[in-house]
Write a protein that binds this ligand. Structure first.
Ligand SMILES: CSCCC(=O)C(=O)COP(=O)(O)O
Ligand SMILES: [Zn+2]
Length: 205
């Protein structure tokens, strides 16, 4: 199996899993893995498909700008995947349209503060003492503008980005680590939404 076919199979498997969780409704969401760094090359899911039905062939190789270097139409958000991979050094980037991150960004538009929760360990942070602020940027259709906003708020210890009124990006060394981080972060965001008490002790009711 070629490296691209293996990447495609891995992306399809992960996407089916996220779709089963209801986080890739319609044709929403996209996933990528880094194939090489010099020059930067990513395998990204193809655009506009039902991500719960992807095959190993539904993958496109893109460059550091998110432009296709092989056949096919890459995700419309490939440019942001490439920027995150370049800036954060991520090996895999996942983007889903889970509802909790979007609701949380609506309530905390300057960033979602989290603290003192065991699940923070699943996000690579300390359970106590550490204030973790998940960055929020405005939505838009220009991936360069989104990438610039991401870079301005980037912190190496916070592998996630919420795009307001849109969805969430989470990254890691590989797809599995990114998934674990995303699952834990989605739980944390649901917690603050349902308790309405954030990581700085504000009651946002
Ligand atoms: C209803 S999905 C709108 C586009 C989007 O936000 C998304 O995540 C999927 O885009 P892609 O080009 O990767 O299919
Ligand atoms: Zn999206």
């Amino acid at each position: 199996m070629t490296e691209l076919a293996a990447a495609g199979a891995a992306l399809a498997g992960e996407a089916a899993r996220y779709a089963g969780m209801g986080w890739m409704r319609g044709t929403s969401g996209n996933l990528s893995v880094v194939l090489g760094r010099d020059p930067l090359r990513l395998a990204v899911t193809a655009s506009g498909l039902d991500k719960g039905e992807l095959t190993a062939e539904d993958v496109v190789v893109v460059d550091g700008e998110g432009a296709a270097v092989s056949g096919g139409v890459p995700s419309a958000e490939a440019g942001l995947h490439a920027r995150i991979a370049a800036v954060a050094g991520a090996g895999a980037v996942v983007h889903v349209h889970a509802l909790a991150p979007v609701l949380a960004a609506q309530r905390w538009p300057d960033g979602v503060p989290l603290r003192d929760l065991e699940m923070l360990k699943g996000f690579g942070r300390a359970a106590h003492d550490d204030l973790v602020t998940v960055p929020v940027i405005p939505n838009g259709q220009d991936m360069r503008v989104l990438g610039d906003a991401f870079e301005r708020g980037f912190r190496a210890d916070t592998p996630a980005l919420i795009v307001a009124r849109h969805g969430i990006y989470v990254w890691g060394g590989d797809l599995r680590q990114a998934r674990h981080r995303l699952e834990c972060l989605e739980w944390l965001l649901r917690f603050v939404l349902e308790t309405r008490i954030d990581g700085v002790g504000r009651d946002v009711r």
